[in-house]
Ligand binder design. Structure first.
Ligand SMILES: CC(C)(COP(=O)(O)OP(=O)(O)OC[C@H]1O[C@@H](n2cnc3c(N)ncnc32)[C@H](O)[C@@H]1OP(=O)(O)O)[C@@H](O)C(=O)NCCC(=O)NCCS
Length: 189
């Protein structure tokens, strides 16, 4: 089952990063990376067309209290959302507590291990403080970068969905990976 999440007052720190809830003053940074071609598409959404679109989504981030802003050198460079996993697709976890991780990073920061570093802090928080039993994380079959991030974090293959429908209505094969709390405690990645 999905559990309630509220990260409004949560701040996580890593060697290079700070993760905190979003604020309206992040709008310029958000628009700067979310409007770049080739970023959102890999996560199932189209590049933002204008700042108004970013503003509307930023307001959702603030209201919904489940998405971290990733801050590096005083600039917001990405996000990690603690989304609801699909309970209809995975009804077998009715008695376990879970959520799904979703993430995006500014294109100019790719390839420096930033997302794995940020996700490790979020995973630690979700298993140790929120006490989740499992987490899922998904990627389109052709998204090798996301697949690698998930492998490096210890997620392993769980289920395929040949006909996954994205937010913009595209149908693409998708793979869902899973990480259980015991696995992470035995061998944190
Ligand atoms: C997926 C994403 C978050 C990866 O973040 P990251 O911090 O760059 O991750 P890493 O640095 O660990 O790199 C992951 C893999 O990307 C590849 N990569 C490395 N350098 C790269 C570069 N300069 N440019 C592109 N890809 C690169 C490598 O295969 C690397 O795996 P490796 O460590 O085994 O070599 C980022 O690419 C992104 O935001 N992509 C668009 C949105 C997206 O796909 N979100 C996930 C949806 S499921």
């Amino acid at each position: 089952m999905n559990v309630d999440i509220d990260i409004k007052r949560v701040v996580l720190k890593t060697k290079r990063l700070k993760l905190r809830s979003w604020q309206m003053s992040d709008l310029d940074d958000f628009y700067a990376y979310a409007s770049v071609d080739g970023v959102g598409q890999m996560a199932g959404w189209s590049p933002h067309k204008d700042k108004e679109e970013s503003k509307r989504i930023l307001k959702h981030f603030i209201d919904e209290r489940k998405t971290f802003a990733i801050v590096m050198d005083d600039r917001v460079i990405g996000s990690i959302g603690i989304e609801k996993y699909d309970e209809t697709f995975m009804p077998e976890f009715e008695y376990l507590k879970g959520r799904e991780l979703g993430f995006v990073l500014a294109k100019d920061k790719w390839g420096q291990g930033i997302m794995p570093e940020a996700c490790r802090a979020v995973i630690k928080y979700l298993f140790e403080d929120v006490d989740l039993d499992f987490m899922t994380c998904s990627h389109f079959l052709d998204n090798d970068r996301s697949r690698r991030v998930q492998e490096k974090l210890g997620f392993h293959k769980y289920k395929y969905n040949e006909n996954y429908t994205t937010k913009d209505g595209t149908i693409k094969p998708n793979q869902t990976n899973i990480l259980f709390k015991e696995e992470w405690l035995d061998e944190p990645h």
